[in-house]
Design a protein around this ligand. Sequence first.
Ligand code: CA
Ligand code: CA
Length: 179
Amino acid sequence: MTPTKEATDRVQLVFTLFDADGNGYLESADFALMSDRVVAAVPSAGDAVKERLAASFRRYGDTLLTELDANGDGRISPEEFASVVLNPQRFDAAVDEFAEALAAMGDPEGDGLVARPEFVALMIAIGFERRNIGALFDAFGPDEADRIGVATWADGIRDYYRPEKSGIAGDHLTAGVSG
Ligand SMILES: [Ca+2]
Ligand SMILES: [Ca+2]
């Protein structure tokens, strides 16, 4: 199956953002940096929720290094990362846990809803652009109190990684982003 153009754009953007130290490769250090930044974005979240998210970042990084480091140099090049869209089943479990943990961070009250300020804070911490973050939140159909469901967001994250999908809410994140 050939990934959609949109799926390839989404994955390329993830590589750029997850290369937190900007050296052109994904390494364990990048996931530690990213994890610290994102966990700090919602100070009011509980310790268990924060630890879950930190663990999901470690697992995500470990999975990438296990599955994609074709030349065995301990880091993921852009070329190695591109194959993530060819074998999505290898990443389903890690993406699933990451999706659930990130969405839970946006719900510090535990009512099953994510308000816009927490959503924006977490997505800014990952590195997405503010304009695109706002468009994504709107696409998720917020209620009158400007909140979306935790499950809606988690599903949106899973969709983001699906190679066959285009025209999804997550495509707002790549709109107008170069690279
Ligand atoms: Ca790096
Ligand atoms: Ca490598």
